[in-house]
Write a protein that binds this ligand. Structure first.
Ligand SMILES: [Zn+2]
Length: 391
């Protein structure tokens, strides 16, 4: 409520950087006023919620790669291509609520159809949906990966026009399909879709218009061609070769040196197997690939690709964090990746991903220690969005 002072207390706090015993957050008008680690008593005028000695306060999670208007079934491609805009809006609304429910308070949508996610964030209140960072339809070649989303463009003139359209509509980021993909009939993740000169043009024009850039790339050869171009984030980063996978040391060196954020699309809902054939046949090797990326020191952020299949339905996010831990990332680093680092990667580092004065009061509460056992992230006890409790 406006003007109401809220004090949230718990036995532990993780502020986006480090963990501390005993924390109290003071929140007013949707913003964090203070984080007290000295064990002070709440101010008398505050409404106090004490979650108890075992609970943890954390910044809300950030998912760097979702598809809100994809319905999270194994027919998601057919549905998103054919459904009416009204239906897509309702699907996106339900998926956004689902993300919020598992503690994801910021999403970066890297591929909608017809700019549906821009409508969503304009029309719905923050209590119903996470903060949305939006790409609109990804730029792709004619008939290329996800062409049915409406972002086809080839050649300098069309590519520039595509960047301009996204800027005019209010997108935050330009997403380009640098390689083909798994889910589009006729597209191969091993095939590069654009010449590096075309991609450089997109990056330069986006930067001139203050838009970030994200490139979808599976193929190791494509990653080698584009890692030095200056994309802000590289999506999937899966190092597919014709026979399997093969991490390229030169690519890892390049992204570490540049500080490029990489978003391996890990995370499957329990009881599911990958369904897309090119992923399924490489799935056993993906852990080793992600392990090498982790060991390289590259800036990894969780990006689930939520929505593209039943295994990756919205709500999958906590399982992506568990995968990162399983593949070798320490639990504290997983929490950092899920909050501060991911907020920076999606361009919201000033306001999201940290519990500090002046940051937005997007806060989650866990019932037990995620440092002792990362699976604690699957049991979110409370979610605050801009200071309002939404679950
Ligand atoms: Zn995607």
């Amino acid at each position: 409520m406006r003007g109401e002072l809220l004090a949230l207390r718990a036995g532990h706090v993780f502020d986006g950087v480090r963990a501390a015993p005993s924390g109290m957050l003071l929140v007013e008008d949707g913003v964090i006023l203070d984080l007290d680690l000295r064990g002070s008593e709440p101010p008398q005028e505050a409404t106090t919620v004490d979650f108890g000695p075992d609970a943890w306060l954390l910044p809300g999670f950030v998912d760097a790669h979702v598809h809100l208007c994809w319905d999270g079934t194994n027919d998601a491609v057919a549905h998103v291509a054919a459904d009416s805009r009204t239906t897509l809006f309702e699907i996106a609304r339900a998926n956004a609520a689902r993300a919020l429910d598992v503690g994801v308070t910021t999403v970066r949508d890297l591929g909608d159809r017809d700019y549906v996610t821009l409508d969503l964030r304009e029309k719905l209140a923050s209590g119903e949906i996470p903060e949305i960072v939006a790409a609109g339809p990804p730029i792709t070649t004619y008939g290329g990966h996800c062409h049915f989303l409406g972002g086809e463009a080839e050649g300098a003139e069309e590519l520039l026009a595509a960047v301009h359209e996204r800027a005019e509509r209010g997108c935050d980021v330009v997403k380009v399909m640098a390689s083909g993909g798994n889910s589009t009939p006729g597209s191969s993740p091993l095939v590069q879709q654009y010449h590096p000169v075309e991609l450089s043009l997109v990056i330069a024009e986006a930067r001139r218009l203050c838009l970030a850039t994200a490139a979808h790339a599976h193929a190791a050869d494509t990653l080698a061609e584009i890692a030095g171009l200056g994309f802000d984030t590289l999506e999937h980063f899966s190092f597919f070769t014709p026979d399997g996978v093969g991490v390229r040391r030169d690519v890892l060196d390049e992204v570490v040196w540049r500080g490029t954020y990489v978003s391996p699309s890990v995370g499957l809902l329990p009881g599911h197997e990958p369904t897309l054939p090119e992923v399924a046949k490489r799935y056993a090797s993906i852990g080793a690939v992600v392990g090498e990326i982790i060991a390289s020191g590259a800036r990894i952020v969780p990006g689930t690709d939520s929505g593209v299949s039943a295994a990756k339905a919205h709500g999958v996010y906590p399982y992506a964090l568990m995968d990162l831990a399983r593949y070798g990332m320490g639990n504290l680093d997983v929490l950092r990746a899920a909050t501060r680092v991911a907020a920076e990667a999606v361009g919201r580092g000033e306001t999201k991903g940290r519990l500090r004065p002046g940051a937005d009061a997007d806060i989650i509460v866990l019932g037990r220690s995620p440092l002792a056992d990362i699976s604690a992230v699957t049991e979110v006890r409370a979610v605050y969005r801009m200071g309002e409790r939404v679950r």
